[in-house]
Design a protein around this ligand. Structure first.
Ligand code: AMP
Ligand code: GLY
Length: 426
């Protein structure tokens, strides 16, 4: 098989690594990839943007690509799956309609309400006066969400009415998020513990990946500004076997049934961002129409089966006969970030230590790097993801932080407590 993988982050490096381990895979092209994907055997970067659908389609046709796999949400929300299918090409992911589960929070909330999927109470507004009026009926904190994609900047947990008003004005009037903020959702705040839950569906059947937990805050103890994710581990002990079954039955199955009814069977990865509230109730905070980043980096370490074949079976609608097995181990990934992240990361820093010998169960996935004249340079805020496995989260945690000591770049920082909630439970 020849696979075209779209994207350029840590998630895509982890996916490329897992795909290339398949004996069925001859070659993987990553568009555009990064300094980590190009180091992998059988993997090659190609200089085509993830949003240049005509060029990607032409490349897939000319290079006899067996199927295309999409990492990030933006091409999915813009309809890459519809475009590839129209061109007669195989691709794994939801179509443009189904990708609205991530692309439009108001669509997602309406869908959840229609199909009785547990979620926080909310209302949508495009009119500032009406939104302000609704605020007077709310208690604090309250959550304000921009409807469209906003690269992690579209959710504000307002602690006071003043902060809520300021956010509404920014989104609806001052246009700080452009089109994405022209519709807002005002949502009840749910206290509890979060977990990520990802499945792969062929439109009818699904397989579940181990649950995971992301660390969105920049600093230790979940303090500081929100980021794209500073680390993750899998599985998440808060998702007990009983809760796992509940998520499949009350969240994932209704999405598959609902999308089928809407005439758009959900094919591809589906990620539910869950909150387990203080009454032990599961609520969906968001859906993503793709794999999580950095959750993928941890989860791919636990895969025991042929991942490239699994993706092909999903495209062909053959998941019913598949029972993929995962390692009964724990995986953990720590993001090494650049000074200034998340707002103004410093880039073009030379990275040392990348040639160290790795043991089994240790990987360094690149998130934002490039290879230039023999040196690996940073190109963004999240630079590397140091990923390890162990018999417990505590062991994986110890291994990851040992490995980090060998890597260095100017301004590098990371959280030192990735996995702490699981370690306390262990
Ligand atoms: P979302 O993009 O909807 O997942 O929101 C980003 C983050 O905001 C989530 O990971 C949560 O930490 C937080 N969040 C979103 N919605 C709520 C809510 N209703 N209650 C509490 N926290 C929330
Ligand atoms: N880790 C959160 C996300 O991928 O959206």
């Amino acid at each position: 098989m020849k696979i075209l993988l779209i994207g350029q982050g840590g998630r895509e490096h982890a996916l490329a690594w897992r795909l290339r381990k398949s004996d069925l895979v001859e070659h993987i092209y990553v568009a555009p990839g990064n300094g980590g994907t190009l180091r992998e055997p059988k993997v090659e970067n190609i200089d085509i943007s993830a949003l240049d659908f005509p060029a990607l389609i032409q490349f897939a046709k000319e290079n006899d690509i067996t199927y295309t796999l999409v990492g990030p949400e933006v091409p999915l929300v813009h309809g890459i799956v519809d475009a590839f299918k129209q061109a007669g090409l195989l691709i794994l992911g939801p179509d443009k309609y189904a990708a609205q589960l991530e692309g439009s929070k108001s669509f997602s909330k309406e869908f959840m309400n229609k199909y009785h999927i547990p979620t926080a109470k909310s209302q949508s507004f495009s009119d500032l006066t009406q939104a302000k009026k609704y605020l007077t009926t709310q208690t604090y904190p309250v959550v304000i969400k921009a409807d469209g994609l906003a690269a992690g900047k579209g959710v504000v947990i307002a602690q006071t009415e003043a902060e809520a008003l300021y956010t509404l004005e920014n989104f609806l009037e001052k246009d700080t998020l452009g089109e994405s903020g022209h519709l807002v959702i005002i949502e009840e705040f749910i206290a509890g513990e979060e977990a990520s839950f990802i499945i792969l569906s062929d439109g009818e059947n699904m397989i579940a990946f181990p649950s995971s937990q992301d660390h969105k805050a920049r600093d230790d103890g979940d303090l500081g500004p929100n980021t794209g994710g500073m680390g993750a581990y899998a599985p998440a002990p808060i998702i007990t076997e009983e809760r796992h079954q509940e998520v499949l039955k009350r969240v994932m199955q209704p999405v598959l049934d609902g999308m089928k009814k809407e005439g758009h069977p959900y094919v591809g990865f589906l990620y539910a961002g869950l909150m387990i509230d203080n009454h032990n109730q599961i609520k969906v905070l968001e859906f993503n129409c793709r794999f999580g980043d950095p959750e993928t980096q941890a989860i791919m370490m636990l895969v025991k089966f042929d991942f490239a074949d699994l993706c092909l079976q999903a495209i062909k609608g053959n998941l019913k006969s598949t029972t993929p097995e995962f390692k009964s181990l724990c995986a953990l990934t720590v993001v090494l970030a650049a000074h200034g992240y998340p707002n103004h990361p410093e880039i073009h820093k030379k990275i040392s230590g990348l040639n160290i010998a790795l043991q089994k169960g240790e990987r360094i996935f690149h998130a934002s790097t490039q290879l230039k004249e023999g040196e690996t340079l940073s190109t963004g805020g999240r630079v590397l993801c140091v990923t390890t496995v162990g018999e417990s989260v505590k062991i994986a945690h110890a291994k990851a932080y040992q490995l980090i000591k060998k890597i260095q770049f100017d301004g590098m920082f990371y959280r030192s407590d990735i996995g702490y909630k699981a370690i306390i439970r262990e």
